[in-house]
Design a protein around this ligand. Sequence first.
Ligand code: ADP
Ligand code: MG
Length: 251
Amino acid sequence: MSTHTYEPHQPMVELRNVNKQFGAFHALKDICFQVERGEKVIVCGPSGSGKSTMIRCINRLEKHDGGQILVEGIELNDEVRSLAAVRQEVGMVFQQFNLFPHMTVLENLMLAPMRVRKTSKQEARDVAMQYLRRVRIAEKADRYPAQLSGGQQQRVAIARALCMKPKTLLFDEPTSALDPEMISEVLDVIAELARDGMTMICVTHEMGFARQVADKMVFMDHGEIVEVAPTAEFFAAPSTERAKLFLSQIL
Ligand code: ADP
Ligand code: MG
């Protein structure tokens, strides 16, 4: 007899008709999409199209005001359980690194696991060093953020997110604050995480990187998802004029 039990299909992240207003301004309009376990989604679109707002709603840095967002089946709302779930399951890497300037690299990495996950100091240190090695920056563990280059700081920020053992990582233009020569060291680290099976949603204009890692592309404009398509399809022939125009401007 089979012991297999039927498990209903559950995406890692699901947005159902998500809306967000800033006063009278409609920043997100009926946003719908799903991210499966292990899937890599790249989000692109013109400045002001709502990409950051969408990413911030998924991490509950902003509250959506219509529709539903589910993280591993748990709906994001005002309940403590829901906020705790999203904080545990979803990691975030920002454009501006957001490291604590008065703490060393190692201290930056140990803080959240100790405070939020109640990890012991020794274990937090071990895990932090493990991820610093993974982003190839272990030798900077005792430096302060200001002593590092932008690319190094962003790799530290990625390691910091990984220390919380998130199931999904969100990136909001992780390389757009970097000098050009530092972009690839950060993209290489993200591509490596992608190869290792991390579920990710990444806002970026680095289309070479997108072609390399994305399973699907999301194109936003004026607060709407204009197009969702498998990566090869999206680049070969975007189905909308708006996406074509956008690609022609940035490629
Ligand atoms: P993107 O990341 O695609 O450049 P954003 O999500 O940052 O776009 O912004 C989408 C729109 O929402 C922009 O017009 C922006 O000015 C507006 N917006 C974003 N955050 C706020 C806020 N906190 N208050 C008012 N308007 C905002
Ligand atoms: Mg943005």
